[in-house]
Design a binder for this molecule. Structure first.
Ligand code: UDX
Length: 429
């Protein structure tokens, strides 16, 4: 199939590249000429495991190309995917101006039937608006279909999630568009769920909010575990073995962050409000998430008595493992809170240091994870990078002025840490 992807952010770039990988002929459009130049010259604007190689392979095979021209992309694609940002307004509602602008641009460039697919996360009923906009601005008066095809990929696992999804959701009105979408996804072995457009749009917000709810639920249970002497990991394992619940997204920690969950929850609360429903359950999910950070900061300060002038090492800056993304990162928030308390920070992240430097100044960036502890009064783990499990704990203990370790991601076994001589404080254990 001839496909055009508009927007080369995480979702757009992964989608375009994976479609090329499964054999389609893809043109990716971005309105940022600098980004297009980077991509055209074989560079990568983001870190995502395996993506750079896959882009190169498909560019070489002439199945994938990049351009700054929307009209060129629209002329190429029989199916056009919109994957532009949908950032939040100050009140949490969704700014749809990028989507609207792209809809107008597509309308202006269309000269034959197109399937216009929305991949960005949007409020329910956005498909209707896109449809109206294209109709209004399309001078050629050609036929088109609008489809909602939400994306569920996780950063750090984007390629795997895209090529082996649990399901593909297609919200659509016409049979013609269903056939086009089925053909595109034919090489991907996953159940395809065909719904109306509104349901598809709602599935995305409902799913992400439910996952955030799972995280807040286990974080609330972690509070009870700490108060009662139970172990939240054991509780999560015991709950998770019930197939109706499932173990995933039951890891207690510093709370969820990133560019999706916080934004999607606020949006869903706002969308519900606009539809006349006060989704108080989700407001509580947000409150628990914020409380998790407060509790952890309090734990650090209570142990150190005062944080002012203490040197604290922080391992992890990305919002989660396997990404360089620091947007809405709990780890960055933690650093800022500790700096506000007067602490002096030494920090490290396997991938996110250069992005962190733009938002986190006045800290010492350390290249090697085992060196972070040098001269620190305490060490904090803020992101669940798997390499942190391989820390040289004996050396870390020697480097620390006091062997205190705060583990915001439950990477180590409390009994073993105690045996090694650490004062070890984690979450819900
Ligand atoms: C999420 C959704 O998973 C994905 O389907 C959607 O398309 C985009 O949003 P992502 O933001 O990449 O993906 O990250 P995810 O792996 O879901 O983690 C989100 C946050 O939750 C991270 O901060 C992570 O540390 C935290 N988390 C996750 C927990 O605290 N505990 C868990 O058990 C799982």
């Amino acid at each position: 199939m001839k496909i055009c992807i508009i927007g080369t952010g995480y979702v757009g770039l992964v989608t375009g590249t994976c479609f090329a990988e499964i054999g389609h002929d893809v043109t990716c459009v971005d309105n940022d000429p600098a980004k297009v130049k980077i991509l055209q010259s074989g560079g990568m604007p983001i870190y995502e495991p395996g993506l750079a190689e896959m882009v190169r392979k498909n560019v070489d095979a002439r199945r994938l190309r990049f351009t700054a021209s929307t009209s060129e992309g629209v002329a190429h694609g029989d199916v056009i995917f919109i994957a532009v940002p949908t950032p939040p307004h100050a009140d949490g509602s969704v700014d749809l101006s990028f989507i609207e602008k792209v809809a107008r641009e597509i309308a202006g460039a269309m000269t034959a039937y197109k399937v216009v697919v929305d991949k960005s996360t949007v409020p329910v009923r956005t498909g209707d608006k896109v449809s109206e906009t294209i109709k209004r601005y399309c001078k050629a008066k050609v036929e088109f279909d609008v489809v909602s095809n939400p994306e569920f990929l996780r950063e750090g696992f984007a390629i795997e999630d895209f090529l082996k999804p649990d399901r593909v959701v297609i919200g659509v009105r016409s049979d013609r568009a269903v056939s086009a979408m089925r053909e595109i996804y034919a090489p991907i072995h996953a159940p395809i769920i065909v719904t109306d457009i509104n349901s598809a749009e709602l599935i995305k917000h409902a799913a992400n909010s439910f996952l955030a709810l799972k995280i807040s639920y286990i974080n609330a249970v972690a509070v009870l575990c700490e108060a009662s002497g139970a172990n939240v990991v054991e509780v999560a394992n015991g709950m998770g073995m019930d197939a109706r619940i499932g173990r995933r997204f039951l890891d207690a920690g510093l709370g969820y962050g990133g560019s999706c969950f916080p934004k999607d929850l606020s949006a869903f609360v706002k969308i519900s409000e606009q539809l006349g429903y006060d989704f108080r359950l989700l407001k509580e999910v947000q409150r628990i998430n914020a409380g998790q950070m407060d509790r952890f900061v309090k734990k650090i300060i209570e142990t150190l008595w005062v944080a002012k002038e203490k040197t604290i090492g922080v391992l992890g800056l990305a919002f989660k493992q396997n990404t360089d993304d620091v947007r809405q990162s709990p780890a960055i928030e933690l650093c800022q809170r500790l700096i506000a308390e007067g602490a002096i920070l030494r920090v490290h992240d396997p991938q996110a240091m250069s992005k962190a430097k733009a938002v986190l100044k006045d800290v010492t960036y350390v290249d090697e994870m085992n060196d972070v502890a040098i001269g620190c009064d305490a060490l904090v783990i803020a992101t669940e990078w798997p390499e942190f499990r391989k820390l040289d704990l004996n050396r870390v203990k020697r480097e620390l002025t006091h062997p205190i370790l705060f583990d915001g991601r439950n990477l180590f076994d409390p009994a073993e840490m105690e045996k090694l001589g650490f004062v070890y404080k984690s979450i819900g254990r």
